[in-house]
Design a protein around this ligand. Structure first.
Ligand code: SAH
Ligand code: DHB
Ligand code: MG
Length: 222
């Protein structure tokens, strides 16, 4: 067992359960050509995000960490025609690739990318009096996850769903002495979540084409 079997099983599941999808394939191909790192969610994880947002009936989605817009496209597919998704991205170059991919997927009327440090964009949204989001996906720099969690709760209403990617990091999450600042960010994020009276949630370990990692899922309480 191990990474090779995990990959093969992911490929089997994707081949059997997920439809061929030109827009998503193109988004990955163009991200690769543009030199973006291959750290997008896996196809079966993207489908899970779409399903979670659909089950929840989300109309307003916030994504933190756009990259080339791959997870953005999955999430935006869950939206009704009058729904909206805002994705926050630090790198203007990534945002350009993502915008082109979103447009090619026919989702440019619902999904938009805002460039800048995500925490700053989130504070701007709060200052602008933005309506609360129904669903928030946290997937940017792991060092800032604690801050993103706090700001996400401020941009939530009772019932908002918050999903965070990469919370297990090959099991390193249990190492309190890890020198990896990303691991320390995740540890502080999980600690903050457990201490937050407004959050009810869990975390799940995953294996697959992206190796051994996990995601956390929270619902914001009243
Ligand atoms: N959600 C994407 C992957 C995101 S990768 C997908 O699954 O398809 C993480 C992204 O977060 C990268 O594009 C990186 O540039 C961005 N990022 C890193 N630090 C950031 C910050 N401070 N604010 C906003 N985005 C940031
Ligand atoms: C990394 C970031 C991600 O969001 C991910 O899903 C996998 C890897 C990274 O920064 O290494
Ligand atoms: Mg991720």
């Amino acid at each position: 067992m191990g990474d090779e079997r995990w990959r093969e099983v992911d490929e089997y599941l994707v081949a059997h359960l997920l439809a061929e999808d030109d827009a998503l394939d193109q988004a990955l191909a163009r991200s690769e050509v543009a030199g973006l790192p291959r750290i997008n969610v896996a196809a079966n994880q993207g489908k899970l995000l779409e399903l979670l947002a659909t089950i929840h009936g989300a109309r307003r989605i916030l994504e933190i960490g756009t990259l080339g817009g791959y997870s953005t496209i999955w999430l935006a597919r869950s939206l009704p025609r009058d729904g909206t998704l805002l994705s926050l991205e630090l790198e203007a170059g990534n945002a350009e690739v993502a915008r082109a991919n979103i447009e090619r997927a026919g989702l440019d009327s619902v999904a938009h990318v805002r460039v800048g440090p995500a925490a700053r964009s989130m504070r701007e949204l709060i200052a602008e009096g933005a309506e609360p989001f129904d669903f928030i996906f946290i997937d940017a720099d792991k060092e800032s996850y604690p801050e993103y969690l706090e700001l996400s709760v401020e941009l939530s209403r009772p019932g908002t769903v918050i999903v965070a990617d990469n919370v297990v990091r090959e099991g390193e999450v249990i190492n309190p002495l890890s020198p990896d600042l990303r691991v320390q960010g995740i540890r502080r994020f999980l600690e903050a979540a457990s201490q937050n009276d407004r959050l009810d949630g869990t975390a799940i370990q995953t294996v697959g084409v992206k190796g051994y990692d996990g995601f956390a899922l929270f619902v914001v309480k009243a």
